[in-house]
Design a protein around this ligand. Structure first.
Ligand SMILES: NC(=O)c1ccc[n+]([C@@H]2O[C@H](COP(=O)([O-])OP(=O)(O)OC[C@H]3O[C@@H](n4cnc5c(N)ncnc54)[C@H](O)[C@@H]3O)[C@@H](O)[C@H]2O)c1
Length: 333
């Protein structure tokens, strides 16, 4: 059997990690023949809780899980990493403005980016989940100049999965019968779930999403709003943000990085925008349609963009530019 790979999960005592760690440790992400050393990072006050998570992982008696390292020290957590799943971030507290939240997260992702730069393998694949995920990813990437920019991505797969499921439910087909959904932009209310290139398998025939759904007003209205506001709807109902579905999306995203996307299909993820041909401004982490092969992603180029889509893509880019500019002010200090 292969040598164990070293996989970091930050925010390891939190609720997403609680749903995620079992799947990662049992081989759903890196393969059923790939042993794993799990590195679990959280902050000092959470070490007792993290100890409980470690006990549970041990009690799962998983054959691939060779070692668990639970720590509050970045120099331990980031050592020789093959993959880093950065979930932990500063949550918004009562009375905290968006700027304060961004400031706290810039500090976290600057530190963790520097730790990646110093301690991780140069081939490490980094997935940022903690919000604001796109901008946190940009900060981590900029703080790790020795690691290729292409190794960084942020999670918009949950939005992608949400959008797929909405269409699937509407058409009465399994979610796997809906492909090539696109999420453009920021993982926020301004994101744009775009069905113009989406296909639905209806009774064995692949048809355009608009023909399968047969309700253009819904696809251009309530569908978009539902996906954009799904996170808030879940918080309202559960009094907690998405946990299980976020964990599933993280697994989907990292598994696709490791093993590639199916031939002829694309998925959505936040990647570095510089060099794209969609006229999305440079120097952002922006969600695009991508295909992945040999652990490298490529933006799917040449898709037709109509005026409806263009306006929505620009709106979410504007939000990301503002977020980046504020974050960069904090980074400089
Ligand atoms: N991108 C997405 O699609 C998506 C989806 C859902 C949630 N999220 C985000 O994921 C993050 C985690 O969500 P959760 O529900 O697990 O939150 P949670 O509060 O349950 O857990 C977060 C954990 O991170 C830890 N943490 C805080 N600062 C840290 C640091 N500097 N280093 C290591 N650990 C640290 C906390 O102590 C806590 O244990 C949030 O920012 C949330 O908004 C993103």
């Amino acid at each position: 059997m292969a040598e164990p790979i070293r996989v970091l999960v930050t925010g390891a005592a939190g609720q997403i990690a609680y749903s995620l760690l079992f799947s990662v440790a049992k081989g759903d992400v890196f393969g059923k023949n790939q042993p794993i050393t799990l590195l679990l990072l959280d902050i000092p006050p959470m070490m007792t809780v993290l100890g409980g998570v470690v006990m549970e992982l041990q009690d799962c008696a998983l054959p691939l899980l060779r070692e668990i390292v639970a720590t509050d020290k970045v120099e331990v957590a980031f050592k020789d990493l093959d993959a880093a799943i950065l979930v932990g971030s500063m949550p918004r507290k009562e009375g905290m403005g968006r700027k304060d939240l961004l400031k706290a997260n810039v500090a976290i992702f600057q530190t963790q980016g520097a730790a990646l730069d110093k301690y991780a393998k140069k081939t490490v694949k980094v997935l940022v989940v903690g919000n604001p995920a796109n901008t946190n990813c940009l900060i981590a990437m900029k703080s790790a100049p020795s690691i290729p920019k292409e190794n960084f991505s942020c999670l918009t797969r949950l939005d992608h999965n949400r959008a797929r499921s909405q269409v699937a439910m509407r058409c009465g087909v399994p979610a796997t019968h809906v492909k090539n959904m696109i999420i453009w932009g920021n993982h926020s209310f301004t994101q744009y779930p775009d069905v113009h290139h989406c296909k639905v398998n209806v009774s064995g025939n692949e048809v355009d999403c608009f023909d399968a759904v047969k309700d253009e007003a819904w696809l251009k209205g309530d569908f978009i709003a539902t996906v954009q506001q799904r996170g808030a709807a879940i918080i309202k109902a559960r009094k907690l943000s998405s946990g299980m579905s976020a964990a599933k999306a993280i697994c989907d995203h990292m598994r696709d990085i490791w093993f590639g996307t199916p031939e002829g299909e694309f998925i959505s993820m936040g990647v570095y925008s510089t060099g794209n041909t969609y006229k999305v401004p440079n120097d952002l982490i922006y969600s695009f349609p991508v295909q992945i092969k040999n652990k490298s992603w490529k933006i799917v180029e040449g898709l037709a963009i109509n005026d409806f889509s263009k306006a929505k893509m620009e709106a979410t880019a504007t939000e990301l530019i503002n977020e980046r500019n504020t974050a960069m002010e904090f980074l400089a200090k």
